[in-house]
Design a protein. Structure first.
Lengths: 90, 188
């Protein structure tokens, strides 16, 4: 359900005094509510968290790759993982 | 000569010689309004401000998010653009451990799914007259959500532009404010 100006109160409180809102101001508030309801806020936060996770994972993969390439005694599973990383299939 | 009365009959604090300590600058209550706006243009003598909002409740409990927005033009407009604020918050409830979130936001995000019991807030605004730095804010929030859980949050927020802070707006998203009271304090 989309919010309209009719969902918004006719006044705001400014320093304790009721100040009338114009139809345009009420519609602007309803538009902001609709943006929030559409999950813009949650979406933006999720993108930021995902970006941080991606950066942390990339750093970890670099470490695995480096250790597997430099260490001849690295476990076979790590070497296999490093090969897949190098091929870009992960 | 008697001091000129200020808002609601309170002695008007002098803009030239601030009173030491925590000084009550203004207070009020709200009922059935779209937002709670507090304009602080006449309180520039007080570098730091503390806004206490008591049991601010939504008309429709549930999905309502509660947020604050600041202004640098006396409340003519409030900053709500994407990534206007950078924040880190620490939160928890009576049943879950502490969690951290951070990022950028279009507001000083305070609470979500607020119940009819409302939310209580302490919002500290630091170095408010200084237009040369990015304004910084601390917020403590305690509320009951509709679960019902008792949620506590501690926010550290910076506005991502160098500007003064001379007005602040508190508003729900998706519903109006049913009721609440507030006090504004100043200190140096």
């Amino acid at each position: 359900m989309a919010y309209t100006k009719d969902d918004v109160a006719t006044h705001r409180s400014m320093n304790g005094l009721a100040v009338p809102l114009s139809d345009e101001e009420r519609q602007a508030i309803a538009d902001r509510w609709n943006q929030d309801a559409a999950g813009e806020l949650a979406k933006r936060r999720a993108v930021e968290v995902e970006a941080k996770r991606g950066a942390a994972l990339a750093a970890l993969q670099d470490k695995v790759l480096a250790s597997a390439l430099l260490d001849p005694n690295a476990p076979q599973a790590v070497k296999d993982y490093a090969v897949e990383l190098a091929k870009g299939t992960l | 000569m008697q001091p000129k009365p200020g808002f609601l009959g309170f002695p008007k604090p002098s803009p030239v010689s601030p009173i030491p300590g925590l000084v009550l600058l203004a207070r009020g209550k709200v009922a059935n309004v779209a937002s709670l706006d507090v304009v602080m243009t006449e309180f520039t003598a007080y570098k730091n401000k503390k806004l206490k909002v008591n049991s601010i409740s939504p008309v429709t409990a549930g999905g309502a998010n509660l947020a604050a927005f600041v202004s640098a033009n006396g409340g003519a407009s409030y900053d709500s653009g994407a990534a206007s604020y950078m924040y880190h918050d620490i939160g928890g409830s009576q049943s879950t451990s502490v969690s951290h979130t951070s990022g950028t936001d279009n507001s000083i995000f305070l609470a979500s799914s607020v119940s009819a019991q409302g939310a209580s807030i302490e919002l500290e605004m630091l170095d408010t007259p200084n237009a040369e730095v990015n304004p910084k804010f601390f917020a403590r929030v305690l509320y009951r959500d509709v679960s019902p859980n008792m949620i506590s949050k501690l926010y550290q927020v910076s506005r991502l532009a160098a500007q003064k802070t001379d007005a602040v707006q508190i508003a729900f998203s998706g519903t109006n404010i049913a009721s609440g009271t507030w006090e504004l304090y100043g200190y140096n």
